[in-house]
Design a protein around this ligand. Structure first.
Ligand SMILES: Cc1ncc(C[n+]2csc(CCOP(=O)(O)OP(=O)(O)O)c2C)c(N)n1
Ligand code: SF4
Length: 245
């Protein structure tokens, strides 16, 4: 019988600890498939975040570092500069990359570091119990904004990818989602391109991926994906944000 699917080589045979319906599991698989397809498993180094993906080294079968919360692009910068022949990626949640790590991210992009950031936007701080994140959308209820995000009190949702649109060193930034097979296939293409940009030495690359967090949103998996498509994309439209390749 023809094999139509198999576990990527770059994923260890471990069972994900992520909640059912969480986007992290899908995104891990996509990143691993891209690493396999580009044939870079032996020279790939990943930098996981603080957040639900903190244990990503239990899953990716590539060399992995670890970074304090928010510092992944800074750690990745150091690794890439010391080992320029490696393919270095960060894997970060929105709290990690767009709150605690804002400065690191902005400057890594601006410097044009030859690294790839995978930015998982689930609009909350997932691991610590669903607090408001910079990406929490207007009106969204979280554990620290039970009445919904109010911009005059809480500030507006931060669109990090759009902010980085002007970063001279950024070669490629795209926002995708993992809510249905079409979007998932597209997200994989974007991840592949982001890695290719690094292989071609063109500059900083980042893929933002809108990702359901059914647990903290207190929704079923199906409703969580629907909420991404219907509500989150109003604030974070799916599109190529910068491409100077
Ligand atoms: C400097 C610092 N502050 C706070 C924390 C606690 N902390 C760990 S994970 C986390 C939230 C992570 O949320 P996010 O980056 O959005 O990732 P997710 O869990 O949603 O994937 C926080 C606040 C920490 N580890 N380090
Ligand atoms: S809390 Fe949210 S982000 Fe974390 S594993 Fe569960 S669904 Fe995923």
């Amino acid at each position: 019988m023809k094999k139509v699917f198999e576990r990527p080589k770059s994923l260890k045979p471990a069972v994900f600890h992520y909640c059912p319906g969480c986007g992290h599991s899908i995104i891990h698989r996509l990143v691993a498939e891209v690493i396999d397809e580009l044939g870079i498993q032996e020279r790939c180094i990943g930098v996981p975040p603080a957040g639900c993906a903190v244990l990503a080294y239990n899953y990716f079968d590539v060399d992995m570092g670890e970074a304090p919360h928010g510092r992944a692009t800074a750690v990745a910068t150091g690794i890439k500069r010391v080992l320029p022949d490696r393919v270095v990626f960060t894997y970060q949640g929105d709290g990690d990359i767009a709150a605690i790590g804002t400065a690191e991210t902005v400057h890594a992009a601006n410097r044009g570091e030859r690294i790839t950031a995978i930015f998982v936007n689930n609009a909350v701080y997932g691991m610590t119990g669903g607090q408001m994140a910079p990406t929490t959308i207007t009106g969204q209820a979280t554990t620290t904004s039970p009445g919904g995000r109010v911009p005059l009190r809480d500030g507006y949702p931060v669109d990090l990818s759009q902010m980085l649109q002007t970063a001279a060193g950024a070669a490629y930034i795209e926002r995708c989602a993992v809510t249905n097979p079409k979007n998932i296939n597209h997200a994989k293409k974007a991840i592949r391109k982001a890695f290719q940009v690094q292989l071609d030495d063109l500059g900083f690359s980042m893929v933002e991926i809108l990702s359901p967090c059914p647990t903290n949103w207190k929704m079923s998996s199906v409703d969580a994906s629907k909420w991404v498509d219907e509500e989150m994309t109003k604030f974070f439209p799916l599109k190529v944000i910068r491409d100077v390749t």
